[in-house]
Design a protein around this ligand. Structure first.
Ligand SMILES: Nc1ncnc2c1ncn2[C@@H]1O[C@H](COP(=O)(O)OP(=O)(O)OP(=O)(O)O)[C@@H](O)[C@H]1O
Length: 249
């Protein structure tokens, strides 16, 4: 089997007496959407925060493409290809969609000399950024300030930024939240195709989306993974049905 892109090994995080992450291990394999589900307070966001670096684990390993990243800053992890979107937005509201993506292309290229050039006049950057906007279906909105984009469009823009940073893995934290049924359908179709660019760790409460998209599902309860498997395996798992899925299957 192909090497996992992202590996979490025996991760622990306490808040006082509360074990928010209690020995979590999971893998994200090339090309897959791995959904992380579980009841409110199970520790999904805490786990995502530790993977992207906004929260430091007490112990355990986090590896991206074989490299230990658990001690790196958020920016360093992003530079190595961890594409984090949603819940905490990285968009600059006053800048156009195009400019937001151009800044990401520039950061991804990592060439500091470019800082001295007027970003908007750099043809190469512009073309690369437009290609990412086209990929996510936002080319027609390129010149609209990010703050004026709709909820769904902001999410598309965040994915364009992650693409510009050459993401090796996407962490998507409740992408369907706040979307209407039509928006959810469009986003589901888009995420389905995005997995071919980089695998996706998807935290999502919308079970229709999870069941439609996930190659594998891990169920988190009280900071522990109680089951990992395909959609069918998880739907049939009696422990999962008792702990969480009862209403959803
Ligand atoms: N900074 C913090 N300090 C103390 N306790 C925290 C902190 N952050 C989270 N917790 C607690 O850790 C537990 C896990 O919370 P977390 O937000 O990770 O769960 P979740 O699965 O993402 O929930 P939801 O589905 O509601 O977003 C909860 O009991 C929460 O109250």
């Amino acid at each position: 089997m192909a090497e996992p892109v992202l590996e979490i090994r025996d991760l622990h995080k306490r808040f006082g007496a509360l074990k928010a992450t209690d020995g979590v291990s999971l893998d994200l394999r090339p090309g897959e959407i791995h959904a992380l589900i579980g009841p409110n307070g199970a520790g999904k966001s805490t786990l995502i925060h530790q993977i992207c670096g906004t929260l430091r684990q007490d112990s355990g390993a986090i590896r991206l493409a074989g490299q230990e990243i658990g001690a790196l800053s958020v920016a360093e992890r992003a530079r190595l290809g961890l594409g984090r979107t949603f819940q905490i937005s990285s968009l600059i509201g006053a800048f156009s969609a195009l400019r937001n993506v151009m800044l990401a292309v520039q950061a991804g290229a990592g060439s500091s000399f470019r800082f001295f050039r007027p970003v908007m006049r750099d043809r190469g950057l512009r073309d690369q950024a437009m290609a990412r906007l086209e990929r996510v279906g936002l080319a027609a909105r390129a010149h609209v300030p990010a703050s004026d984009l709709s909820h769904g469009e902001k999410r598309q823009l965040e994915i364009a930024i992650a693409l510009a940073l050459d993401a090796k893995a996407f962490l998507l934290d409740e992408p369907m939240a706040g979307m209407g049924p039509e928006g959810s359908k469009v986003l589901t179709g888009f995420l389905d195709s995005l997995r071919h660019e980089a695998p996706i760790l998807l935290v999502e409460h919308d079970m229709d989306a999870v069941f439609a998209l996930a190659d594998r599902i891990s169920v988190l309860v009280y900071g522990r993974v109680i089951a990992t498997g395909t959609v069918e395996e998880i739907r049939r798992d009696p422990t999962v049905r008792t702990a969480y899925l009862g209403d959803h299957v």
